[in-house]
Design a protein around this ligand. Structure first.
Ligand SMILES: [Zn+2]
Length: 881
């Protein structure tokens, strides 16, 4: 699954700090047997095969179904218990045994079928007739409505990860219970039905109805099942013998050509990397209008689901950032076809095996197919995000114990994804890319169609590499936290530099804590000399490298740790900063900013580096400067004099960069430059730069008559700047455009702009609009989140006043985090109490972790404003003289 974070949620996660929860240290996973895998179901029965026939009624938002489940009774029992949620049962029976008494448990999400006498060991077919609901948010079987020139349409899709297959099919809805599936649907004739497998037969039933039967699936987990139905069209190409396709609503396949080419390129490349050919006959990439608060795409086996903005490109509004998003999302979901679908984690404890791996693989694939995007630099940003979460009391190990459905849902976080990715990057660099790939191939071969725990992967990598790795892997995946490497001594003799290193722990909210110990692979590079590697063990290390002068620790940025150089050595790094490779500039800059905010060094060191960065630096480095400036600007909220002083410095640094890239896109320029242009316009516009604001408004006004006024790739950012500073008349203009727009992708964009208004009265109107019928079911929550980015108090209070209506616009898996995250961008300590009170009143005790992170984010902002801003303010005063 490709995770999605709202602005407010990002603020919550990145800046979260302080909570009473201690992060547990996980233990190595026991060897994988049925008895060691967590389950919420009795182990006496397991499924072998599902034979499902169902009839959706899209108009009434209901379906009826019958399923025949071939089961294996392992221990004699009179009761068969499986998972079911929101289903109503008509009848259940086993031929030769009789009908069952049916009992459902809403709290446990189970259904139990009890027979007159115990079932002996052996195989049976349990036949169940039942009915269920079609939802309006993306969980279970759900409907998405959209506008077309020919009127309103409705399409159906499913979303089952992590635990919503039970809303569609009574089942053993846990990843360990793999089974095969035959699926048959009765549908309106003329509509296209989509499943994991190609359609094997279609029968016209007359009366406008047809029955479609899909080919039998391979053995798979329930969360990967898929069904879709609507007025669709498909385009396909053959790649490595597989029908690779894109499916869109009618008329949109031209917008999916980029995704189709990416998928067709990636499939043979993955076949080769994994050493195992993609095992299904076809692979569809399916684009759907609308949104979810939780995810942008899902790796259903053979039928990958995407929301349109993550798969389609429309020249009217798509930017180079969008093309990158499409490619990396396709790469991520396709990597899951092996890591996740073919080989599946036994239980949610090892979710990172899916998500850390797919996140890492998407980067690898991007480096191969698009070297010009510098994906390795992007990965530094991902690592930074992981470390920002991992240096807090609220963190957890990459491998963590999960008990409940809600805890599984909360496990889809930056530790699972980005820390998992960073740890793989580090271990791959430690053993070498070829040994790593050979280990992955051996793992695929051994566990195809099965389930695994993390140690199954380490075992294969270690064998392939011929050197120990499990100890390092355990240090980084079974215990939480970020190692801190301090350079305690640096001496030069005979043209070689020797560094003495000490390992402690980087923490943002427990500065005096006793550090954990890691075995840390460290690479160093002398700015004017060579490269050397060492493994810091037991808290200490030393390394000698050719050359004298400044030495960069974590050269190439494959290590998962932060570095403190000490003031004298750091000034050497600043002086040679312009000569560092871009990836090390980015790594040093990221360390310095985080260490400064946490009090390990001066918070103004970042500003010195920003001034020392040449205008010719890599666009991603310059973009990082713009991003940190926006963060600092946010910390000055409500402090107009200080903010004005900061903006003067920030605009003076960023304006020449925008002048350098210019407003009009240039033919043949690198995508990274085009992306930087958009980011500079966004940052400068957000900070109220008068020239940028005037130019954005001029182009917006000219857009009515001059189609060249707003180039497609700049449309979103120009409109965002205009919307942030909109008056009532401008806001009404954008709303009128949204009402008239028939393309869902563009329409969604226009409604989200309305929620960007800085003016409080307009922000309030956006909230009211979000709960009305007008924007459509799945846009509401993202509008409310956007308002919360700049008006957290307003959005949080509004959500409390309209709790049921707001929850109705949020899918079930996001409910324990959505409303708490709305307050996360607040700078008022009272908001932390409000969030905690809300969680205590509304969520079970084990499901308050995300709310706790949002409350902590507020307190962290308060602390940074108190403790770090004064030094920055003083630096600004010095800079002004
Ligand atoms: Zn994923």
């Amino acid at each position: 699954m490709r995770r999605l974070l709202s602005t407010a949620a990002v603020a919550a996660l990145v800046f979260a700090a302080g909570s009473a929860l201690a992060a547990p240290v996980a233990k190595p996973a026991p060897a994988l047997t049925a008895a060691t895998v967590t389950t919420q179901l009795p182990r006496s029965v397991r499924p072998i095969h599902y034979d499902l026939a169902f009839t959706p009624d899209a108009g009434k938002l209901t379906f009826t179904a019958s399923v025949k489940i071939t089961i294996e009774v392992v221990e004699p029992t009179a009761t068969v218990t499986l998972q079911a949620a929101d289903l109503t049962f008509a009848k259940a029976q086993i031929a030769g045994i009789g009908s069952a008494t049916i009992k459902t448990d809403d709290e446990a999400q189970t259904a139990s079928f009890t027979f007159d006498r115990p079932l002996a060991r052996g195989r049976y077919v349990l036949a169940i007739d039942y009915a269920g609901k079609i939802y309006t948010q993306a969980a279970g079987l759900f409907a998405l409505d959209y506008e077309t020139e020919a009127g309103k349409k409705r399409a159906l899709y499913t979303q089952f990860e992590n635990s919503d297959a039970r809303r569609f099919i009574p089942s053993w809805d846990e990843p360990f219970f793999k089974a095969t599936y035959d699926v048959e649907a009765t549908i309106p004739t003329g509509q296209m039905a989509l499943g994991n497998m190609p359609i094997a037969s279609t029968t016209d039933l007359g009366g406008g109805r047809s029955r479609v039967k899909f080919a039998t699936s391979p053995k798979m987990s329930t969360y990967l099942l898929f069904f879709g139905l609507g007025e669709f069209e498909r385009a396909t190409v053959k790649a490595a013998g597989v029908d690779v396709g894109v499916v869109t609503k009618t008329g949109d396949t031209p917008k999916a050509q980029y995704a189709l080419k990416a998928a067709a390129d990636l499939l043979p490349w993955y076949n080769s990397y994994f050493g195992a050919p993609y095992p299904l006959p076809a692979l569809d990439n399916i684009a759907a209008p609308g949104r979810s608060q939780f995810f942008s795409a899902m790796e259903n086996w053979g039928a990958i689901f995407y929301f349109e903005y993550a798969m389609l490109l429309d020249p009217k509004i798509s930017s180079q950032t969008d093309s990158q998003r499409v490619f990396t999302t396709v790469a991520h979901e396709m990597a899951h076809q092996w890591f996740g679908d073919l080989v599946t984690m036994a239980w949610w404890d090892d979710l990172w095996l899916n998500e850390g791996f797919a996140s890492w693989m998407e980067g690898r694939a991007t480096e191969h197919f698009h070297p010009e995007w510098n994906a390795a630099l992007t990965a530094v940003g991902g690592r930074e995000y992981a470390m920002s979460l991992d240096a807090l009391k609220t963190t957890h190990p990459v491998v963590q114990h999960v008990e409940t459905v809600e805890q599984a849902s909360q496990a889809f976080d930056g530790i699972t994804y980005q820390k998992g990715e960073a740890v793989i990057r580090m271990l791959e660099s430690y053993v070498g890319a070829e040994a790593w790939r050979d280990g992955v191939r051996a793992y695929m071969k051994k566990h195809a169609h099965g389930n695994t725990v993390s140690d199954d992967l380490w075992r294969e990598i270690e064998t392939a590499a011929g050197k120990p790795i499990t100890g390092i892997a355990h240090d980084f995946t079974l215990q939480p936290g970020v190692p801190l490497i301090t350079v305690t001594d640096q001496t030069c003799a005979d043209g070689k530099t020797t560094l003495t290193l000490a390992q402690s722990e980087f923490s943002k909210d427990l500065p005096g804590k006793t550090p954990l110990t890691w075995r840390v692979p460290v690479t160093v590079r002398s700015v004017d000399g060579g490269v050397a590697k060492t493994l810091v063990t037991g808290g200490k290390g030393s390394v000698t490298v050719a050359g004298c002068g400044p030495v960069i620790v974590n050269a190439g940025q494959s290590g998962y740790f932060r570095t403190v150089y000490g003031p004298t050595r750091f000034s050497g790094v600043v002086q040679s900063f312009a000569r560092l490779p871009a990836i090390d500039q980015l790594g040093v800059m990221s360390d310095v900013w985080s260490l400064g905010l946490a009090g390990y060094q001066a918070p103004t060191d970042f500003l010195d580096l920003a001034q020392a960065t040449p205008a010719s630096a890599d666009p991603q480095v310059l973009s990082r400067i713009a991003g940190v400036f926006e963060t600092i600007d946010g910390y000055y909220e409500g402090m107009p004099a200080e903010r004005a002083a900061f903006r003067k410095v920030a605009l003076a640094r960023l304006n020449p960069l925008l002048a350098q890239v210019g407003w009009p896109p240039k033919a043949g320029e690198p995508d990274t430059v085009a992306i930087l242009r958009g980011e500079l316009i966004g940052a400068l516009g957000g900070m109220g730069d008068p020239d940028v604001l005037a130019e954005a408004r001029r182009r917006f006004a000219a857009d009515k008559t001059d189609p060249a006024a707003i180039p497609g790739p700049l449309r979103k950012v120009i409109l965002t700047v205009v919307a942030q500073h909109a008056d009532a008349a401008t806001w009404d203009t954008i709303r009128a455009q949204a009402q008239a727009e028939k393309t869902p992708l563009v329409r969604a964009q226009l409604y989200s702009l309305l929620a960007d208004a800085g003016d409080e009265t307009l922000a309030r109107r956006a909230l009211e609009l979000a709960l009305s019928e007008e924007p459509g079911e799945t846009l509401s929550s993202s509008m409310i989140s956007s308002v919360a980015g700049s008006h957290p108090e307003l959005a949080f209070a509004f959500a409390l006043d309209h709790k049921d209506a707001v929850n109705g616009k949020v899918d079930s898996s996001s409910r324990t985090r959505f409303i708490p995250a709305l307050g996360a961008a607040s700078s008022d300590p009272a908001m932390a109490d409000k969030i905690r009170a809300f969680a205590a009143a509304n969520f079970a005790e084990g499901s308050r972790k995300d709310a706790e992170k949002s409350a902590a984010a507020v307190l962290n902002r308060v602390a940074i404003r108190q403790n770090r801003l004064p030094a920055i303010t003083a630096w600004l005063a010095r800079a002004a003289h």
